[in-house]
Design a protein around this ligand. Structure first.
Ligand code: AKG
Ligand code: FE2
Length: 306
């Protein structure tokens, strides 16, 4: 049964979301939508130009800065990030390009018509977001396709998303859509239920002061950090998914995914929302910054225009 349409009937599910910090909505996206998103993802991989990519183009010097810049300026573009084990120290690709990309980001929702349709122009998604009452004026700052390639698909270590999209107070909410079957062996997501309540956001991922590179900055003093970062109780739950399942991820819930050691890729489309009212201040140190040409995309606004 697909959990679509009248989301108001799934009040208990919203309670579940608030209790666990995440919620799996089976079949939220239709087969046709998933097929279109998957086909488009593959098309984007075909379009990947290795000649101009900082990790693989011919270079005689230290290209770390170029790599950082490629990442830091990707917020309003469609760019490609490689699997660690797909490229050697000389920048030579060790497998064909379509099987070497770890993720594509970060403005698919804005620039690509198929992803735009699934995100900003999706009424079902808007109804869901309204029903969640998580944001008053939600904006989508970023989107990605994560491919988790066969055999070498990198693990995503334990984290919470508000560390990466910090607002004060935290307001990030992740939308993660399985485009392929996700199992224990190809790196399905797992979650620590309830950790969004017990685990405060104690650091944020920032652009470094000199404008190059990124790092973590503590939000609490070192003495307090020891106390609040103590292991939260409980066991991780692995959430296997079918194509079209949508997982809502609270910005403070701990989650992760293991390396894909299997012969099957694990394509997923993921985007985030944050609050854009003055009461949730977007941090100017965040790695991702809106540009004049492309401010963060509004999903809907509480301001009535009529
Ligand atoms: O797809 C993954 O393995 C990790 C995704 C994730 O952490 C997210 O979308 O917030
Ligand atoms: Fe995440």
């Amino acid at each position: 049964m697909s959990e679509i349409g009248s989301f108001h009937k799934v009040g208990p599910k919203i309670q579940q979301f608030h209790k666990d910090g995440y919620l799996v909505l089976k079949g939220f996206y239709s087969h046709a939508e998933v097929d279109a998103l998957l086909a488009r993802s593959k098309r984007l991989l075909d379009d990947f130009d290795t000649e101009t990519h900082p990790r693989t183009k011919f270079t005689t010097g230290d290209d770390n800065h170029v790599g950082d810049d490629y990442f830091l300026t990707s917020g309003d573009k469609i760019r490609y990030f490689l699997e660690e084990d797909a490229v050697d120290a000389q920048g030579k690709l060790l497998r064909e390009k379509q099987k070497a990309v770890n993720k594509i980001g970060h403005a698919l929702h804005e620039l690509d018509p198929v992803f735009r349709q699934a995100t900003l122009e999706n009424d079902k998604l808007k109804s869901l977001t309204r029903a969640l009452k998580f944001h008053i004026d939600p904006v989508v700052p970023q989107s990605m396709v994560i491919t988790k390639q066969t055999q070498i698909g990198g693990e995503v270590p334990e984290h919470n998303d508000s560390t990466f999209l910090y607002t004060d107070p935290p307001s990030a909410l992740g939308f993660w859509i399985a485009l392929e079957k996700c199992t224990a062996s190809n790196g399905a997501l797992s979650f620590l239920p309830g950790s969004h309540v017990t685990t405060p956001i104690i650091k944020r991922f920032v652009r470094l002061g000199d404008g190059s590179g990124t790092g973590f900055e503590a939000l609490v003093s070192p003495e307090v950090e020891g106390e609040v970062s103590a292991r939260p109780k409980g066991e991780y739950i692995l959430e296997t998914c079918e194509p079209g399942d949508l997982v809502l991820i609270h910005g403070s819930v701990l989650h992760k995914s293991e390396r894909n050691t299997s012969p099957n890729t694990r394509f997923a489309y993921t985007f985030h929302m944050i609050e854009s009212t003055a009461s949730a201040k977007y941090d100017e140190k965040n790695w991702l910054q809106p540009t004049k040409e492309m401010p963060f995309s509004q999903l809907f606004t509480s301001v009535q225009v009529n």
